[in-house]
Design a protein around this ligand. Structure first.
Ligand code: C2E
Ligand code: SIN
Ligand code: SIN
Ligand code: FE
Length: 386
């Protein structure tokens, strides 16, 4: 292959890599896929992804040892891997056994003979090191500068996928339940059936996202972030929130601040799920035509998560009774969503709403305990929490 052909070939593999990585939410499967892809793209014998465990300050990786997969752990700062993690620098080593940073334990464990090693840090969007990528034994020759660039690029493509998968792994059922209960607490004052409303928002939003063809992890992000959209209502006085009649203009101005309060509550969070929840809380009352609140964002300026949740929120708010209005007929609520197509709502989102409308109706009809927003949280549990 000429250099141009080789680069073109790699580019094709990289594009494919981006697609594959964005679809897998299971961490071990994702790491396996990444390692396989890197071996192909860099034409090397082995690829290990080491993940930083902040609790123990070690880097862990799954390695094949005989027929089994064992987890190996390297202290932060030790070995080539540990060196890359602590310095944040790429290391390109032609012969591992000539480098005194190299630790032989892993070779001993695996019976593998390391020769050339290329190791790059795995950084998340905020620039924090979350692990190290290591490619080993390129066919016959050391890794070159092109390889370094490619592995760095792969590592940045992989980082967000890895972080997301880690997030779902680390969010235990009880943590998700806590998030959900927090959301209920914020809204229970103005809605006796908050739990149902939140479950609907969560499921409708996920269905719409799916209908739009968003990657699975984005669908899951929306599923778990959407129930927090109105958390800022905790900051709204009872006199306004619980007013049985129509709000005055001043009162509505005050009410609008629930978006700002919500964004403030959620924004400095480390977790990417809460960062998405923050965008949803802050922008779910923006309108596609730019006439919404709080920032009068327009079109694509409005985060996609918020454009989706907005349709789910309004549809369900209309279908439920509120202290200030009776519930609407479902068909009328559906028509309202179409009337606002291109005005309040993104046409692409409305299109998907239409596509999944049958499934939305099914969920609405079930709405009585068979569906759960989070496995383990049933309607029964919600009822007992009041
Ligand atoms: P919410 O009750 O959860 O309603 C969410 C959104 O659904 C509303 O956002 C609005 O876009 C839509 N929606 C709900 N009910 C109706 C309706 O009867 N007609 C129409 N055309 N749209 C409806 P919005 O208007 O920005 O309101 C945000 C929040 O402010 C509401 O959340 C509710 O908590 C409160 N709110 C709005 N209007 C009143 C009111 O007249 N009285 C009281 N007490 N609260 C109100
Ligand atoms: C090292 O980081 O020193 C050894 C890495 C390996 O063998 O995978
Ligand atoms: C209620 O009884 O209003 C709450 C029911 C539920 O959300 O499960
Ligand atoms: Fe709201």
């Amino acid at each position: 292959m000429t250099r141009a052909e080789e680069l073109e070939n790699r580019l094709r593999l990289l594009v494919n890599f981006g697609g594959v990585v964005s679809k897998e939410t299971n961490l071990s499967k994702l790491l396996e896929i990444i390692a396989e892809q890197v071996k192909t793209i860099l034409n090397c014998n082995r690829c290990s992804v080491f993940i930083l465990d902040r609790q123990t300050n070690e880097l862990w990786s799954k390695v094949a040892s005989g027929m089994q997969h064992t987890e190996i752990r390297v202290p932060f700062g030790r070995g080539i891997v540990g060196h890359v993690a602590s310095s944040g620098q790429t290391l390109n080593i032609p012969d591992a056994y000539q480098d005194q940073r190299f630790t032989h334990e892993i070779d001993r464990l695996t019976g593998y003979r390391s020769r050339s090693i290329l190791a790059v840090p795995l950084k998340n969007v905020s620039g924090h090191i979350i692990g190290v990528f290591e490619a080993m034994n390129k066919g016959g020759e050391p890794f070159n500068v092109d390889d370094e660039g490619i592995l760095q690029l792969i590592s940045s493509l992989a980082a967000s996928g890895i972080e997301n998968a880690q997030l779902y792994e680390s969010l235990s059922k009880s943590q998700l339940e806590t998030i959900y209960r927090l959301a209920i607490t914020a809204e229970y004052r103005d809605q006796q059936d908050t739990a149902i409303h939140l479950r609907h928002i969560s499921e409708y939003s996920a269905l719409i996202a799916q209908g739009m063809g968003l990657p699975e992890r984005e669908v899951e992000n929306i599923r778990y972030a959407s129930p927090l959209h109105d958390i800022g209502k905790v900051g709204i006085a009872d006199a306004i929130l619980l007013k049985p009649g129509k709000l005055t203009a001043d009162e509505f101005e005050e009410m609008k601040k629930h978006t700002l309060y919500g964004a403030k509550i959620l924004c400095n969070a480390e977790s990417s799920l809460l960062q998405i929840a923050c965008k949803v809380a802050g922008s779910h009352h923006e309108r596609f035509d730019g006439s919404g609140y709080p920032a009068r964002l327009k079109g694509e300026q409005i985060p996609i998560y918020a454009r989706i949740v907005s349709v789910a929120d309004v549809f369900d708010a209309l279908c439920m009774p509120r202290i200030y209005k009776p519930k609407w007929d479902t068909e009328k609520a559906r028509e309202y969503i179409f009337e606002e197509n291109g005005k309040a709502f993104d046409p692409e989102v409305v299109g998907s709403f239409e596509k999944v409308y049958g499934e939305i109706l099914k969920l609405q009809a079930v709405g009585d305990g068979k569906t759960t927003i989070i496995p383990g949280i049933t309607k029964e549990m919600n009822r007992h929490s009041y």
